[in-house]
Design a protein around this ligand. Structure first.
Ligand SMILES: [Zn+2]
Length: 223
């Protein structure tokens, strides 16, 4: 009888499926148009609490006004890329005009920051911009998921839009320019962390996916 029970037990244990560990899903949160004052500071506080690293695409004219925030972004281990000096569209700029936008911004970046990415304002690409990025050794980073935070300005709606559409390897576009964006970004992190996502910088996402960046090429996601 005991032997029979042991056999039954073994068979039933064999029947329990071994749950395969799901591969980790990674995404990069990217913030354009800053730095700004309290919005950037609130965002940095929330990212630090959650031990999350993000990517900030900074404008030169704003670094002039918000130098301490720019330095804090770098000091806290986030990635910094270039979003142009003036935030004028680079779509129709000549290579020399676009190069000036890049260099004028790079000159204001915190010490030690070596940007990998250029994100043109509005994501608008042109030949001059791509040539300028190539000549400066920068890859062009656009995005695969637009939170539309700049238009929606409602934290819950922004969060639902991102959480409902996100995919592994996404580059998510946001702006550290509004309280609703900051609230949404932190809610997105909390919700997607629950779902097994991890948040990394754009460069880290490239590394994790074994992608090879080429200067002047445009990238939107790293699935
Ligand atoms: Zn922008």
């Amino acid at each position: 009888m005991r032997r029979f029970l042991a056999i039954i037990l073994c068979v039933s244990l064999l029947a329990i499926p071994v749950r395969a560990e799901a591969p980790t899903k990674y995404v990069a949160l990217t913030f354009d148009d800053g730095p700004s004052g309290r919005f950037t500071r609130r965002l940095l506080d929330g990212l630090k609490e959650r031990d999350v690293k993000a990517t900030f695409l900074l404008c030169g004219y704003r670094i002039k006004d918000y130098g301490p925030e720019a330095r804090r972004i770098a000091e806290e281990g986030h990635e910094i890329g270039i979003h142009g000096y003036s935030h004028d569209s680079m779509c129709a700029m000549s290579q020399s005009q676009a190069t000036k936008e890049i260099l004028d911004t790079a000159a204001l970046l915190p010490q030690g920051v070596r940007p990998v990415f250029l994100r043109p304002p509005g994501g608008q690409c042109g030949d001059g911009m791509c040539q300028a990025a190539k000549s400066q050794g920068l890859a062009v980073l656009n995005w695969s998921l637009d939170s539309k935070d700049w238009a929606i300005k409602d934290a819950r709606a922004i969060t639902e839009r991102v959480v409902g559409n996100v995919q592994d390897g996404d580059v998510i576009l946001m702006h550290d320019m509004y309280d609703s964006s900051v609230d949404a970004a932190l809610a997105i992190i909390d919700a997607l962390t629950e779902q097994g996502y991890r948040f990394v910088t754009a460069t880290e996402l490239v590394r994790l996916r074994g992608a090879k960046l080429q200067a002047g090429e445009v990238y939107c996601s790293f699935p």
